[in-house]
Design a protein around this ligand. Structure first.
Ligand code: C2E
Ligand code: MG
Ligand code: MG
Ligand code: MG
Length: 280
């Protein structure tokens, strides 16, 4: 009898499993084609100085635009890209494009700002990440101080000495480093103080409910105090309205990013945006 149920299990599970597998394999194929066909395009979201309102940076957020115009958000293809290793060629491309575009904007006479590129843990773990960043800078001619890498806490959870060494090499190139989604990982303060970073990005989950949720208010206040005592700049992401902004202002938050100011935009719209603020 045990044998019968075992057999039944195989019969019922196999088709589903192979379906799921087939689906993954064909999505990976599609993603490969998307890279070759330039369907992965960078969008840009402004980062502002909260005191002056000035543009200080732009985060690159990748979109997959299919030939029929469908826009695929990153949460559906980035995890697949990470699992399949495709994040390495994708990440390299994003880095190169970001540096190139930022250099072009400077050459067009726009007031310089940082371009912030998300770096996946898989990418960060590579031995040649420092060379890759260095090459992107050389190829574009962008001054290193106008490039920032955003790394999540979870990407920094491996051997601390190795991580510090790698981050230090990146800092020595002259670029800036930010911890993304700060507050959602598990880094201890002792760990954090050893990292050669410039900025903490408060995760949007805390910012979203800050008006009604006292716990989130306390968390944001804590991160801002932490930033002050560790001499790190703090940016709040996911700012959607004036009430959130007012709270962050009252807490002396350094920088902000969110739909309240601007949504992520394709290059052409972002240039129109740059023109509008450079005229003012
Ligand atoms: P992230 O780096 O934390 O980026 C912030 C996300 O918040 C973006 O989502 C952005 O569009 C969204 N956002 C910004 N302001 C607001 C707001 O006011 N309200 C709300 N509700 N959302 C806001 P997006 O573009 O969907 O990207 C999601 C995640 O995908 C990113 O999170 C990042 O982890 C990843 N990602 C995007 N582009 C890349 C990339 O080029 N490489 C890697 N490795 N990951 C990327
Ligand atoms: Mg980010
Ligand atoms: Mg984030
Ligand atoms: Mg995120």
């Amino acid at each position: 009898q045990a044998e019968t149920s075992h057999t039944q299990k195989i019969v019922t599970y196999t088709p589903e499993l192979s379906n799921a597998l087939n689906q993954r394999v064909s999505m990976i194929k599609a993603l490969k084609l998307a890279i070759a066909n330039n369907e992965l395009v960078p969008f840009f979201q402004p980062q502002l100085d909260l005191n002056t309102g000035e543009l200080v940076g732009a985060e690159v957020l990748l979109r997959w635009i299919k030939p029929d115009g469908t826009l695929v958000p990153p949460f559906t293809f980035i995890p697949l890209a990470e699992a399949s290793g495709l994040i390495l060629p994708i990440g390299k491309l994003v880095l190169e494009q970001a540096c190139q575009l930022n250099k072009q904007w400077q050459d067009k006479g726009f007031k310089p700002f940082r371009v912030a590129v998300n770096v996946s843990g898989v990418q960060f773990d590579q031995d040649n990440i420092v060379d890759e960043v260095s090459n992107a800078l050389t190829l574009s001619g962008l001054e290193p101080k106008w490039l920032e890498l955003e790394v999540t806490e979870t990407a920094l959870m491996a051997d601390i000495n190795e991580i510090i060494a790698k981050l230090s090499q990146l800092r020595e190139l002259g670029i800036e480093l930010a911890i993304d989604d700060f507050g959602t990982g598990y880094s201890s303060l002792n760990y954090l103080k050893r990292l050669p970073i410039n900025r903490l990005k408060i995760d949007q989950s805390f910012v979203r409910n800050v008006i009604d949720n006292e716990d989130d208010q306390a968390i944001i206040e804590m991160i801002l105090n932490l930033g002050k005592s560790m001499k790190l700049s703090v940016l709040a992401e996911g700012v959607e309205g004036p009430a959130e902004e007012a709270f962050l202002k009252s807490m002396n938050c350094d920088e902000v990013q969110g739909y309240y100011y601007a949504k992520p935009m394709p290059t052409s719209d972002f240039e129109v945006y740059l023109q509008s603020i450079n005229k003012a």
